[in-house]
Design a protein. Sequence first.
Length: 563
Amino acid sequence: MAVNANSTLLKRLLQQGIIDNDKAAKAISEKSSQYRTLPELLINEKLIGPARLAEMATQVSSALSIDLDYYELEYVPEDLRNEKLIRKNDMLPLSKRGRTMYLAVIDPTNIAAIEDFEFNTGLNAEVVVVEFDKLQKLIEKLFDSSFNLAGDAADWDLGSLGIIEEAEDEGMQADKEDQPIIAFINKMLLDAIRKGASDLHFEPYEKMYRIRFRIDGILNEVANPPVALASRLSARLKVMSRLDIAEKRVPQDGRIKLKLSAKKSIDFRVSSLPTLWGEKIVMRILDSDSAMLGIDVLGYEDVQKQRYLAALAQPQGMILVTGPTGSGKTVSLYTGLAILNTSETNISTAEDPVEINLTGINQVQVNPRAGLTFATALKSFLRQDPDVVMVGEIRDLETAEIAIKAAQTGHLVLSTLHTNSAPETLTRLLNMGVPAYNVASSVSLIIAQRLARRLCPHCKAPEHLPEAELLRQGFTAGQLGSITIFKPVGCDHCTNGYKGRVGIYEVMPISGKMADIIMADGNSLDIATQAAKEGINSLRQSGLIKAAAGVTSLAEVNRVTKG
């Protein structure tokens, strides 16, 4: 299809001598059939550059222009991701508010294409001018198989779920009646990934059925399928997870591997639980990319990051990460392991369960029923010449003693505990029965952490609080004139004013004076007092720093630090 050369933009370019009239006429007559749009022809034939074309398009139309380098694809409205329409017109809907969409265009004088978009979407278009090459890259990225998660179920590589083909081989091929259930489950899985959920909850009740996603640590209700479908939904999920669909009396655990493209796959850890009205199924999304984020993006303050890196650089000792379930302990540990993971280092881990596969690291799945506990795995590790050992959790005295022995005999040990703060971790080990001299001589660093929701940069607004309230919250008098607290508002780009999460940390190296306090049977309060003297921020103080920087809200800091 030849491009339409009857363009106000082209006329302006010719009138001002920005492009050569003869070259343009020749290109249009000879090569217009090779291109969909006029801007594509002009740029690919090197008659004008993308930046200059965007500048002229802005002058011709008086439309606003934006730089797509600062635009995130996740903001493209899901219901407007029509690949055929976008590619045909070289236009991209950037956002939507009410009945208006903000449409990125190269040529704002191409009224026919804009009206085509409006007709097919039923929305009014507010155009913004962008550079051709940047728009093309964005469109390609949006519809690249590794990024595009918005396709219909029919576009999936369903065999990659790892269960469908096997089920068919076993004579369990789904009939037409099951296709809507399959399509619905598939849509829920992809919606959860696309929205950045960490967990999916499928919950049956007497008169209703609900599905919730945990997004940024908060559960959000997303669907209410008919309660009559409860058993069919749970059966489908159990088949995909390789669970026993006939067994409905006891809990079961399984796993699903969802292949999004040749290079991208995501695992789901699945748990079924018999309840009064059916089986509740919870799925945890395990994305290996989260383990490779790098320490710089986790939210550590500079001094906290340096303390963690210094502890990782030591040939021996114990690094403990503590916090409640869902506070990001696994990501912190995996980030440390990724830093240590070189060809010269022998790393072994004992986990329950192994959430993310890490190439180059020997990972062991704990299986207490078979006698493979954290303690027995640790004993085996020490016979296999390890440099670094990671124990998923120190739950009992036997595991603690073996881990401490390893830390004292030339090994770097990483593990987790469930305590509220870094000082309490030391007293927890003492209460387990670990001798004080072993704790003082083996533990080198403790990280306590929480995950707080990030404020949406598009809609956050200043929150005016009285100075007395700021002082009560924990800010100092010297900070009052230099900080601005922000609050969530809510917009099309976020969930209730928040988007994403950031870590809040208490990173406490064990100093000589802290070791003396431990040896003298000091309690967690004594250790916390010494930590404050050494300039170590508590979780609360670290949270206030994030609030003062506009990263999160004061209400969110209060929620996660119980302040």
